[in-house]
Structures are given as C-alpha cells and as structure tokens.
Design a protein around this ligand. Sequence first.
Ligand SMILES: Nc1ncnc2c1ncn2[C@@H]1O[C@H](COP(=O)(O)OP(=O)(O)O)[C@@H](O)[C@H]1O
Ligand SMILES: [Mg+2]
Length: 363
Amino acid sequence: MTDRTLALKSQRPPAELLYADELAQLAKHDSGPVPPGWRLSMKAVMRFIGGAPDIRRKIVCAPSLLERAMVTLASNRALLLVGEPGTAKSLLSELLAAAISGTSTLTIQGSAATTEDQIKYGWNYALLLNDGPSPRALVPSPLYRALRDGRIVRFEEITRCPPEVQDGLLSILSERLLMVPELADDNAVFAAPGFNLIATANTRDRGVNEMSAALKRRFAFETVFPIADYDEELALVRSELARLLAQDQIAVQPSDDVLEVLVTTFRELRTGLDKDGNAGERLSTVVSTAEAVSVAHAVALRGHYLRGDAGRPADIVEALAGAAAKDNADDLKKIRRYIEQRASRRKGEHWQAFHAARHLLPE
Ligand SMILES: Nc1ncnc2c1ncn2[C@@H]1O[C@H](COP(=O)(O)OP(=O)(O)O)[C@@H](O)[C@H]1O
Ligand SMILES: [Mg+2]
C-alpha cells in the first residue's frame, strides 16, 4: 500500500486527502484570480469550505468570515481564530490550509512545553557533532518548511505557549524571514509566496490578552461563534455523524427524533435558554457542537455494537455525563434537573424515553 492509501485508511485522514477529489475538481474548473503561491482562487476556496450545489458545506459560518479570513491570508498579516472550544476553529484552519497550500499537516501544537526549537528549527545531534552546524544537520520546524515552500502553517492553541516563545514569531512575521545564525552561509530563509500562518486560541485557556501587544499587531483577529441556528446545528450534527458512521462502515444512523433530543439538550444546556427563550441553567463545562457530534457518534455505536439497533434516547443519557459534566458535580446536578424538569414536559415518545432514562446518570 502507498502512504496515501494508508493515510486515507487512518482514523483521521487530513483534509487534503479526504477531499482530494473535490480539490482536484475545483482546481480544474477554477477561473478566478489565484493569489501568489495559492493552489486555488478565493472563489474556489469559498466553495470548498462553504459548500456549493455539488460540494458539501464543511463549516457552518457567515460567508463574510471566510472572506475576511482569506483576504488576511493573502496579505502580510497572520490570522488568529479565537473562540470557545468546539467551534471548529481547528477544522477551519485545516480546511483553509488544505485548500490554499495543498497541505494541512504543517502544524505546531502549542502547549506550556512548546520551545523555540519547535517553532524555528532543531538539530540532528549525531550529524551536528560529526559535521558541525550544516544544512544537513538542521531539522526544520513546520514553520520553517512553510516559509521556505510558500505554504500555510497552522499554530494550534497559541496562547497556551509561554509568551517568550510566542514572541519568537515576531521577527519571522514582520521581516518574513527566518535567520539561522549557526550557519555561516545561506543563513536566512526567505518567505516564499503563499506563506502565512493561521493560529487558533481558546477563550477558555489563558487569554489572548496575555499575548504581547507587538505580536497581536501581526495578527488579524477573527472570533468564531457557536452555531446560532437550531436547524443548522441539527443538520451539521446529522451530516458529521453520517460521515463518521460511513468511516466505521455502519449503515444505520440514529433517527431524527433522537438527534432532536440531543441537539436541543446541548443547545439549552449551552445557552441556558429553551426554544421559547425561558431561562434555565447553563453548564460551566463547554457543551459545544463538537461534543454533540461525538455524543451522537457514541449513541450510534452503543446501538449498533451493544444491541444491533440505531441508538436510543437512553444512550444520550449514558453519554451525557462523561461528555458534558466531566468531573464537575454541579454540572451533573444541572443535567439531572434539566432532564427531570424540562424533558418531562416535552411532547413525544423520544422525550419521554429520555426522561425515563434519567436514573442512568451517575449519582
Ligand atoms: N460551525 C461549525 N461548522 C462545522 N463543524 C462544526 C462547527 N462547530 C462545531 N463543529 C464540529 O466540531 C468539530 C471540530 O471542532 P474543532 O475544530 O476541534 O473545534 P475547536 O478547534 O474550535 O475547539 C467539527 O468536526 C464539527 O463536527
Ligand atoms: Mg482546536
């Protein structure tokens, strides 16, 4: 098997492989102006991500957000996607990178342990000891490779990195070059056309406020919000679930009734409001669309593997505690009250079944 088929069979193939056919088709029929170093025109990127008659919409968001994001990426400013966890910031950055540069895997994962080496370059120590600093001994970071090859590099959870490491980006982003002082010749790598950076930051982590003012100036900020519309969220959960189940080679999918209970419950626990705008309780844990998709998946897997059906409302109760309350005892109580008080009043067998399964929540 080639690497490509192996990657396609992996648990989570990168977007450029998963959607290789769509991207090839878009490139073939692309008539719009293509920014320097890009694989596709902005119009084609827009259709790839926002959907078109023959292309599945991959991100639910305002078209203007996509437009601004692309314009930023074609400029000398980097893009920062900010928002709650589970609002598809990472997915959006992956799709943009795949469509614009043909690769989404040039990625740095930010954490408290991220070092400057991981951002710039490191050394192969065996070669370094043997030959001294040479281009052969240099181990380029994803950022280095993106700069050299004119690609988009992704920097996930940038605000989780120590500020001094973040500031390592400053000169690269403003001078558009990376210096390797250890090398005598050829010690500057210049940014090829097409190079830019997409960073993501979660509002629940250490704030973007702790980014240095100098670094903030190098970015255009875009806030990504949870999906506002119920029908759009339901449709997204349904289509994401269908995609996951197709990967699992499971032919059935939970009924729309079950998905309605799930999406309604998630939305109401997220916002604290019901469909009529009555106030209830909000969970302190994030109950994002991403979690709704993963609970829907768990419901389908329980149905299929444990009983041979398509998943029931009781399976939602089973999955809720682990997904939504995590280890927060208060949130668990709120979920219990929600099922006792709200679900019992809703009409429909599936709501009643959901209510009847409340004893499945852990004490
Ligand atoms: N607006 C949205 N459009 C498309 N998918 C979404 C949206 N919001 C949430 N999702 C779901 O969330 C998953 C991605 O979440 P992720 O990109 O990891 O979020 P974040 O990086 O913001 O924490 C997607 O695979 C999809 O199932
Ligand atoms: Mg993310």
